[in-house]
Design a binder for this molecule. Structure first.
Ligand code: GDP
Ligand code: GDP
Length: 433
């Protein structure tokens, strides 16, 4: 997996391109302060290689000057954080000064760049497109984001430039990522874990560029924190802290087993936190939610219960997630947080024997079979857990296509009732037998 960033000036067709690649509407919109820009994240794949696609932003309003001031930041972020950059230009307007500016920045680094000349909807446009060789970024890829032509060749090039999947470490230590909005208390949490230096075993240079895993032995647990160097270093682009931290989260999430998602109790589970949660869920990672700064909240008998319910309403339907109320400042429940993350890790690596699975689930299915569709009855014959790093279950049946989402959710709930998968996304597949 890797990160692909789409950059370019407004109106060249970045969002159109993005929407074409992200099928099933699996995208989130990150309306940063709701005014100047939207950023979109989504997962896509091509030739079996998965990647996270980030549209670095349409600038809704603003003159060229405003944009020029922003472009450096946008591109620098992409250069820092993405594995491949797709630079989109518009054949109908030819090379503009802003395109030149972006190209200049990109040429200064050796990050792989794929140049997409968009709106090539005609043969004439195809001839015009050669002009973009002048940007000095190598091959041009003529595409029409609207009708999809040319995007295949472009994606071949994109996945070609993606790094190979990181090879799993030889040891089997749980990998945790500490993520959250700026100021939620991530660094404080890590510092609390570090305590004295003796708790850090080693700093291990990761297989992916720029990520450093730190090995810990704390409270009797052996684990690694992914990318703590990045978190400690903090964002260098202060004004764009939010975006930077999301980009970092994307990478940290992909490289870990369990996400420790920290939020500031005063700010609550807002849409930014929801985005990070969504990324973790979509990447099928284990999740623990830490509600930090609990010391600052005035409490009565129902506060905790209500707070929990409010979070669950926002993460529905995946609500089987542990929520731990902590005060990092007062070092309260830090142990509990790590203990919970270790439990979630174990849940995620849990393997249920086929025999046990069938003994438990088949009688339930018998009593409550999938509803008949068009007079056809679905018969589920047996169930097995697939040998994947995270829990996936295959239900073998005669008519897999007739089993709809609500019934799959029912099965997931039954799995959760009988086997502890707290904090772990589960996949349920219907297979033809
Ligand atoms: P962004 O600001 O870079 O995200 O650009 P948008 O995706 O919003 O597209 C800007 C405009 O260009 C919209 O009116 C699109 O319909 C149009 N557009 C995008 N892709 C194509 C294309 O391949 N061909 C043509 N003719 N128009 C396009
Ligand atoms: P980061 O940006 O997520 O790494 O957040 P920091 O760890 O830098 O914390 C941001 C601010 O919140 C700092 O001023 C911390 O002292 C404060 N903070 C962190 N944890 C707590 C807590 O549990 N209670 C209170 N009251 N403040 C906290």
């Amino acid at each position: 997996m890797g990160i692909v960033a789409v950059v370019g000036r407004p109106n060249v067709g970045k969002s159109t391109f993005f929407n074409r690649l992200i099928k099933r509407r699996e995208a989130i919109v990150d309306a940063v302060s709701g005014v100047t820009r939207d950023r979109h994240y989504g997962k896509s794949d091509w030739n079996g290689k998965e990647f996270t696609l980030i549209d670095t932003g349409g600038y809704v309003v603003g003159s060229d000057d405003v944009f020029e001031a922003e472009i450096d930041k946008q591109v620098e972020l992409a250069i820092d954080e993405a594995d491949v950059i797709v630079f989109v230009v518009d054949v109908t307007s030819g090379i503009t000064p802003m395109d030149n500016e972006v190209a200049k920045l990109l040429r200064k680094h050796d990050k792989p760049v794929v140049l997409a000349v968009n709106k090539v909807d005609s043969n004439k446009a195809r001839l015009d497109a050669v002009e973009f060789y002048n940007l000095g970024l190598g091959e041009i890829y003529c595409i029409s984001a609207i009708n999809g032509s040319g995007t295949g060749e472009l994606l071949d090039q994109v996945v070609e430039a993606l790094p190979e999947d990181a090879v799993d470490d030889f040891d089997e230590l749980p990998k945790f990522a500490v993520v959250g909005r700026p100021n939620a208390g991530k660094s404080s949490f890590i510092n609390a874990l570090i305590g004295e230096d003796r708790y850090i075993v080693t700093d291990i240079a990761g297989t992916t560029r720029d990520s450093i895993d730190t090995r810990f032995n704390r409270f009797g647990f052996d684990f690694k924190l992914v990318d703590t160097a990045g978190i400690r270093r903090k964002a260098k682009v202060k004004e764009d802290l939010e975006f930077y931290s999301v980009m970092r989260s994307v990478r940290a999430i992909e490289n870990s087993d369990v996400i420790i998602l920290i939020l500031d109790a005063n700010r609550g589970f807002d849409s930014q936190v929801q985005n990070i949660f969504w990324l973790a869920d979509k990447n099928r990672k284990g999740i623990v939610i830490l509600v930090n700064k609990w010391d600052l909240i005035e409490k009565d008998t129902n506060t905790l219960k209500d707070y929990k319910a409010a979070i669950q309403a926002r993460i529905s339907p995946f609500t089987d997630v542990p929520i731990v109320f902590v005060s990092v400042l007062n070092k309260q429940r830090i142990y509990k947080a790590i203990e919970t993350a270790v439990e979630v890790y174990k849940n995620r690596s849990k393997r249920i024997k086929t025999r046990e699975l069938n003994d438990v689930l088949l009688p339930i299915i018998q009593n409550y079979p999938p509803p008949a569709t068009k007079g056809k009855y679905v018969k589920i014959k047996f169930i097995t857990q697939l040998p994947t790093p995270q829990p996936q279950f295959a239900f073998f049946c005669n008519l897999p296509q007739y089993v709809k989402e609500p019934y799959k959710r029912f099965l997931e709930n039954k799995l959760r009732e009988h086997f502890d998968f707290t904090g772990v996304p589960i996949s349920v597949y219907m297979r033809k037998k």
